[in-house]
Ligand binder design. Structure first.
Ligand SMILES: [Zn+2]
Ligand SMILES: [Zn+2]
Length: 266
């Protein structure tokens, strides 16, 4: 750039912006570790969930439209970007595994074990009995009071205190079971097996449609599709022995994906 032109641009854009842009473009190659490969190859997960409950915040790596265009040009010329695709696959896999773990946990919370059901009904029965006992004692104290039998009334009063304490204990146990079961009381809930959100079986079609068209759900739909497509293609490529440009490293990566894929539930 001629000095005159540069000076003019600096005045227009500010010297810092210009220096930053120029040096970044000059120094960074697509291979640079600071460049986000997910963004180059497809869609960076950080861009999928902005302003949703799963918002991942800004990607710490560089997203540059210019570099994405450069990647496309190079790819069309036939340059092999398998290593970039593996990076992308690895990145996406991290979020998918994380999501699947959340789905499993949410599912577990919805499932009430027979043991929990038995414990709950036994505790509820105990609490009912204690309530009856407390009511009976209160009635008795009134009568004893009317007849002026104070020492028996005091004894009865002490018995009430013990029963109330027992009831509190039972209620606490009940709460602990309920907390561990979490949402199991809400039998009408189910877990979306794509994004892990709770869905109500009572929701009307319109609300369900809203969920399935929502940003978070669609983000996971897209990531899962990408993951499936890439992992199949990459393991396929290794299976049929494409010319190897990265040596053993790449083979190892491919083998890992192929192994990881079989036996994975989601
Ligand atoms: Zn990124
Ligand atoms: Zn969903």
């Amino acid at each position: 750039m001629a000095a005159e032109q540069r000076k003019l641009l600096e005045q227009l854009m500010g010297a810092d912006a210009l220096a930053g842009k120029v040096s970044k473009r000059q120094e960074l190659s697509l291979n640079d570790a600071r460049v986000c490969k997910s963004y180059l190859v497809g869609t960076c997960p950080h861009d999928l969930f902005t302003n949703t409950k799963q918002d991942l915040g800004l990607c710490p790596k560089i997203h540059s439209e210019g570099m994405k265009a450069e990647y496309q040009r190079e790819k069309e010329k036939g340059r092999d970007f398998t290593n970039f695709e593996i990076d992308y696959l690895r990145d996406v896999e991290k979020y998918i595994l994380d999501c699947s773990r959340r789905i499993d946990a949410a599912q577990r919370r919805l499932e009430r074990t027979p043991d929990e059901i038995a414990q709950t009904s036994s505790l509820l029965k105990d609490i009912d009995e204690l309530n009856e006992g407390i009511n009976a004692s209160v009635a008795e104290i009134e009568i004893l009071g009317e007849y002026g039998i104070i020492d028996r009334a005091l004894k009865e009063f002490h018995a009430i205190k013990v029963k109330i304490h027992n009831r509190q204990q039972k209620e606490k146990e009940l709460r602990i079971i309920n907390d561990n079961m979490g949402l199991s009381g809400h039998q009408k809930l189910q877990v979306c097996d794509v994004c892990g959100a709770y869905l109500s079986r009572l929701d009307n079609d319109r609300r369900l449609a809203d969920h399935f068209a929502g940003k978070m759900h669609l983000g996971y739909v897209q990531m899962r599709a990408t993951y499936k497509e890439l992992s199949e293609r990459l393991s396929h490529a290794s299976q049929y022995g494409r010319p190897d440009r990265r040596g053993q490293d790449r083979d190892r990566d491919h083998d890992r994906w192929a192994r990881g894929r079989s036996g994975r539930r989601r």
